[in-house]
Design a protein around this ligand. Structure first.
Ligand SMILES: NC(=O)c1ccc[n+]([C@@H]2O[C@H](COP(=O)([O-])OP(=O)(O)OC[C@H]3O[C@@H](n4cnc5c(N)ncnc54)[C@H](O)[C@@H]3O)[C@@H](O)[C@H]2O)c1
Length: 317
């Protein structure tokens, strides 16, 4: 299928949680935006009102694994992926196909159309169980412990090779846990769904001591706009908050914010205290590189979690 496009920016996964916020930001800056999304985990409601309000945005319901054909964009923001880390344990093929093969097919189109820039949302999971925390971008060896992390690292590698071989510029953004209204996966939404089913008992995967960094989605979008200033052939940026929060504390905050009483928190113990095999137990990224470009987050992990739960709670009833 050939996409008729007169404008310069493509956002894959633009109907998803982060993608829809990015689209909104780009449109507010006057950029023309095309969105490709197969709606496998995205939601048309995230973008329908944006499409109504703006004439310079187009949505294409397409799967990157199909034979799509792009036109000449200035920048491709590649966010489309299967972001469910946990699913990799039972179905590793999903991350290989949806993340690695889909990225390869997109890169072939980028190459054919001489598109100059690609921005890729990678993940903190490429670091695996890092021995240095906060973890800097040049940490090595990169040893992912999940298929998802491996798929993101494979994408980073192939994007880097395309940049060096075919003359495009690549920006690799390694995101911490990104949260906010419209988040449709991850620990907060998981807890809220469980509590909706049973407000008296919250089962927490793992031992509750998992300690990770959470960043509010607007801070993430803001950081992306700072990172784009880089002019290197391939550049890497960590994007996350400067602190972290325990899963057990997130459980307490969710219960508190939902105004629930007498909810028992039960820890499954999980695998080595993790939620599941492949769940990184401690994650905090060194964000000094992106901060040196002028970015700083508005919310720390605790504030981001509280704010997100409050916003999501409005539709919880
Ligand atoms: N949310 C986080 O905490 C987080 C952390 C690190 C990295 N990331 C990455 O950021 C990106 C966006 O994540 P998100 O949280 O917004 O997830 P999301 O699921 O809301 O967004 C992903 C979007 O990609 C679409 N998609 C998936 N496979 C596709 C395909 N083959 N063709 C077309 N569209 C496809 C989905 O329908 C969805 O709209 C992903 O690449 C994810 O891996 C997210």
């Amino acid at each position: 299928m050939r996409i008729k496009c007169h404008l310069s920016v493509l956002v894959t996964g633009g109907a998803g949680f982060i993608g829809s916020r990015l689209v909104m930001k780009l449109l507010s800056e006057g950029t023309d935006v095309d969105i490709i999304d197969d709606l496998s985990s995205g939601d048309p409601n995230f973008i329908s009102y944006i499409i109504k309000q703006h004439s310079n945005v187009r949505f294409y319901k397409l799967n990157l694994l199909d034979n799509i054909e792009l036109k000449d964009y200035d920048i491709v923001y590649h966010l489309a992926a299967n972001p469910e880390v946990r699913i990799g344990v039972s179905e590793p093929k999903i991350h290989v196909e949806q993340n690695i093969i889909a990225t390869f097919k997109l890169l072939e189109e980028i190459r054919k159309h001489d598109i100059e820039r690609v921005v890729f949302t990678s993940s903190s999971t490429v670091y695996g169980d890092a021995l240095i925390i906060p973890t800097p971008e040049d940490y090595a060896p990169l040893e992912p412990i999940s298929i998802y992390g491996a798929s993101k690292l494979a994408c980073e590698a192939i994007i880097s090779s395309y940049a060096h071989t075919y003359g495009l510029k690549a920006l690799i953004l390694r995101l911490a846990n990104i949260i906010g209204e419209n988040s449709n996966h991850g620990v907060i939404i998981d807890f809220m769904k469980r509590l909706k089913n049973n407000p008296k008992r919250l089962e927490v995967l793992g031992d509750g001591t998992q300690n990770k960094s959470y960043l509010y989605v607007e801070d993430c979008i803001d950081a992306m706009q700072y990172a784009i200033k880089s002019n290197k052939t391939v550049d890497f940026f960590n994007i996350g908050s400067e602190d972290s929060i325990l899963v057990s504390d997130i459980a307490k905050i969710v219960i508190e914010e939902l105004r629930l009483n007498n909810t028992e928190i039960v820890f499954t113990g999980g695998y080595q205290g993790r939620g599941w095999k492949g769940d990184v137990k401690n994650m905090r990224l060194d964000v000094s590189k992106i901060k040196a470009l002028g970015w700083k987050p508005n919310y720390n992990s605790l504030e981001a979690v509280k704010y997100t739960v409050r916003r999501l709670a409005k539709s919880f009833k």
